[in-house]
Design a protein around this ligand. Structure first.
Ligand code: MRU
Length: 348
C-alpha cells in the first residue's frame, strides 16, 4: 500500500510504502497518515496486509485477531478506525479458507475506500446549499469560512469533509475566502489545509489559533465548518483540540457552526461526549518543538525552555448545544438524537 507521508507536507511530497501490519501501525500512530477517514481506510488496507502476512503463519485466524487489536489500538479517538477494523473482521469471517478470506479483505478495503469517497462527495453537495444561501444573502459577496485542523482530502480517501462544500462552492463560482486556523501543536491547518487550498486555487489566510474569536466579533466570519473524529448519538463532537473554543466564540457571535462528517464517524453506542469519548493524549515534545523549512532544509526547533513539561491533549469535546448542524452524506440535520435518527433510522 502507498500513502502520502503527511509529516513532510507542505515542503516535501513523499510517498511511503507500507508493507506490513507493523508499518501500518507506525504510520497511523506517528501520523504519517492522519484524519478520521484516512486512518479508517489505512486500517482497512492494513487488515488486507495482515491477511497476506498471515498466509505464512500456522494460525491464520489468530494472526488476524492480533493484527486487528494492534491496528485498533494505534489511535483511540477517531471511531472510523475501530469501525473499519470491525467491518473488515466481520467480512473476512465469511471466507471459507485463507485464500477466500484474503480476497474478501481486499474487496472490503476497496469498498470502504469507495464508500468514504462517495460520502465526502455527498457532503460537498449538501454543504454547498448552506454556502449558497450565505452568498445570496451577501448579494454574492465573498463568503468567509473559518476551519480548524485539516478535514480535507488529505484526511479522507478524497474530497474531505469540512473542505468538500468549500471546493464544491468554489468550483461553482461562489466567491469565498477561508480562514485557516494553524492548529497547534502539529499545525494541520497551516501545513495541510493551506497546502490543499493553495493547490486548488481557493483564497485563504492562515491565522494563529487565537485569532478566530476576534475575527468573529468584527464580522469577518460568515460560518465555521469543521470535521469530526467521533460524534455521539446525541450530537456531542470530538474534534481537534481547539474546536470547542471556536464553537464557543461562534455561539457568542451568532455565527453558524457546522460539523461535516460521514456517518462512519458517529458512534451510535455512546451518548455523552465528555465522559464516553476517549481523548488521545500525545507526547509533550509535539508542543515543545516545531518543524519547518529553514534555508532549504526541514528543521525541528525547540520553542519552550529546555525540558519544559508539556501537556498535549489531541482532541476536545464540543457539546451538541453549540453545533448549528451536521452536514452528512444523507443531508443536513440539527445536532441532536432525534434529527440524527431521522437521517439514519437504521440506528433507532
Ligand atoms: O490528529 P488528526 O490530525 O488525525 O486529527 C484530525 C482532526 O481532528 C480533524 O480536524 C478532523 O476533523 C477529523 S478528520 C476529518
Amino acid at each position: 500500500m502507498q500513502v502520502i507521508d503527511q509529516r513532510r507536507l507542505p515542503h516535501r511530497f513523499v510517498i511511503e510504502d507500507l508493507k506490513t501490519v507493523n508499518d501500518v501501525c507506525t504510520a497511523i500512530r506517528d501520523m504519517h497518515v492522519r484524519g478520521a477517514g484516512l486512518i479508517g481506510v489505512t486500517a482497512a488496507y492494513g487488515m488486507y496486509l495482515a491477511a497476506r502476512e498471515a498466509a505464512g503463519q500456522n494460525d491464520f485466524d489468530e494472526f488476524i485477531r492480533i493484527a486487528a487489536g494492534k491496528i485498533s489500538d494505534t489511535r483511540p479517538t477517531a471511531v472510523n478506525l475501530a469501525w473499519a477494523v470491525e467491518q473488515m473482521t466481520n467480512a473476512m469471517k465469511k471466507g471459507r479458507d485463507t485464500e477466500e478470506k484474503t480476497k474478501i479483505a481486499l474487496q472490503t478495503a476497496n469498498e470502504i475506500l469507495e464508500h468514504d469517497i462517495a460520502c465526502c462527495r455527498k457532503i460537498g453537495e449538501n454543504g454547498l446549499k448552506i454556502i449558497k444561501k450565505i452568498s445570496l444573502r451577501k448579494k454574492r459577496g465573498v463568503v468567509n469560512i473559518l476551519t480548524h485542523c485539516n478535514a480535507g482530502w488529505l484526511a479522507f480517501g478524497d474530497y474531505g469533509t469540512a473542505t468538500a462544500p468549500i471546493y464544491e462552492a468554489f468550483d461553482k463560482g461562489i466567491k469565498l475566502h477561508v480562514w485557516v486556523d494553524e492548529t497547534r501543536p502539529l499545525n494541520q491547518g497551516s501545513r495541510l489545509t493551506a497546502w490543499e487550498l493553495r493547490e486548488h486555487g481557493v483564497p485563504y489566510s492562515v491565522i494563529a489559533d487565537n485569532t478566530g474569536g476576534y475575527l468573529m466579533q468584527t464580522g469577518q466570519v460568515d460560518m465555521v465548518i469543521t470535521g469530526a473524529d467521533r460524534v455521539t448519538r446525541t450530537g456531542d463532537v470530538a474534534n481537534k483540540i481547539g474546536t470547542y473554543l471556536k464553537a464557543l466564540a461562534a455561539h457568542d457571535n451568532n455565527i453558524p457552526f457546522y460539523v461535516a462528517l460521514p456517518s462512519s464517524t458517529i458512534d451510535w453506542k455512546i451518548r455523552d461526549g465528555l465522559s464516553e469519548i476517549p481523548v488521545e493524549k500525545r507526547g509533550g515534545e509535539e508542543v515543545n518543538y516545531m518543524e519547518g523549512l529553514c534555508d532549504g532544509e526541514i528543521k525541528r526547533i525547540l520553542v519552550s525552555p529546555a525540558e519544559s513539561n508539556a501537556v498535549n491533549y489531541a482532541f476536545d469535546i464540543t457539546p451538541a448545544k453549540f453545533v448549528t448542524g451536521f452536514i452528512t452524506e444523507r443531508g443536513i440535520c440539527r445536532a441532536n438524537e432525534k434529527n440524527l435518527l431521522e437521517l439514519f433510522p437504521e440506528f433507532v
